[in-house]
Design a protein around this ligand. Structure first.
Ligand code: ATR
Length: 284
């Protein structure tokens, strides 16, 4: 039977996931499909329940789905099993249907971030080190979770709304230290990794104002924004000779675990996939 998965969101037309998974389905020559489903939050539970039967009528086996805005948090109250990653991050981005009909929720954004970073540097070097994270929204939760797993000793978390940084610190543990937004440059001299998790610097958004003049000489700088691919933050990093990691890698790498769970093939992130997804991005 044809294996079926997809991505649910509201709206969903902007999603690059169908293109990304479609590339792998073709590459590995699978009898599988990956489509976009527009699902309003109040319909999520009913949709997850009805899809297996609907798809079965078309000769397809529903294997699961990615979730995007605004369904990631909502799903926590719907799935049967919440994996540790999703519980810690407080959001589900990947749903896997188990053989016994159970709906399992996990979050692969953190591991996507780590795998993307690992493409550029040996992450073992970050053990016991300090990081500076800009922003305390949903993306920051996944990234802080990843940084704790990587072994950072201190994670300075700066956010325009300090209360949100404090709340995230409370949820995540003592390593996370809230920092006033206006003080965001003060910890640069200690940070081995600098991450922007805000929407600042994205096309159509205000710029991210930060100078990396005082950053450590071997700091690594990453941005979750990938439109433009080379943000002002990454250009600033390059100006000082720092390693710059763009946000597209996280998107590509977070997709691997879902694909493997649904379709049984461990997919590869390579230059060809990257170019193909970038081409799709240019068409949006
Ligand atoms: P996501 O789930 O994608 O992380 P989010 O939860 O809306 O999105 O978070 C967006 C992040 O960008 C937040 O850290 C937000 O800061 P606030 O918590 O103060 O809202 C940050 N952000 C957005 N616009 C900003 C701006 N103009 N200046 C500073 N930070 C901004």
């Amino acid at each position: 039977m044809k294996l079926a998965a997809g991505v649910m969101g509201f709206p969903i037309s902007h999603s690059l996931s169908p293109r990304l998974h479609g590339f792998w389905i073709k590459k590995y020559d699978l009898d599988a499909s990956y489509v976009a489903w527009e699902v309003p939050p109040e319909r999520l539970a009913a949709r997850l329940k009805s899809l297996p039967d609907t798809l079965a009528e078309e000769g397809q086996l529903f294997r699961g789905t990615n979730l995007t805005i605004p369904l990631k948090e909502k799903a926590l109250s719907i799935v049967d099993i919440i994996e540790d990653s999703a519980r810690a991050i407080g959001a589900i981005n990947t749903i896997v249907m188990e053989g016994d009909g159970l709906i399992v929720g996990r979050n692969t954004d953190g591991i996507g971030f780590t795998d993307s970073l690992a493409e550029h540097v040996d992450i073992a070097r970050f053990k016991g080190k300090e990081a500076l994270v800009l922003g305390a929204g949903g993306a920051a939760r996944a990234i802080v979770y990843a940084l704790i797993q990587i072994g950072f000793d201190k994670i300075h978390l700066t956010n325009r709304t300090l209360a949100r940084a404090e709340e995230l610190a409370q949820d995540m543990g003592d390593q996370v230290i809230p920092l006033e937004w206006d003080a965001r440059e003060e910890k640069l001299a200690f940070a081995d990794l600098i991450v922007n998790t805000t929407s600042l610097g994205m096309k159509g958004q205000p710029p991210l104002e930060i100078s990396l003049k005082n950053a450590k000489k071997d700091a690594v700088v990453t941005d979750i924004v990938y439109v433009p691919l080379k943000t002002d933050l990454l250009l600033e990093a390059e100006k000082y000779g720092l390693v710059a990691v763009d946000g597209l890698g996280m998107l590509l790498h977070q997709a691997k675990a879902g694909f493997e769970a649904w379709f049984g093939v461990k997919p590869e992130v390579d230059a060809e996939l990257r170019a193909y997804v970038l081409e799709g991005l240019a068409q949006k």
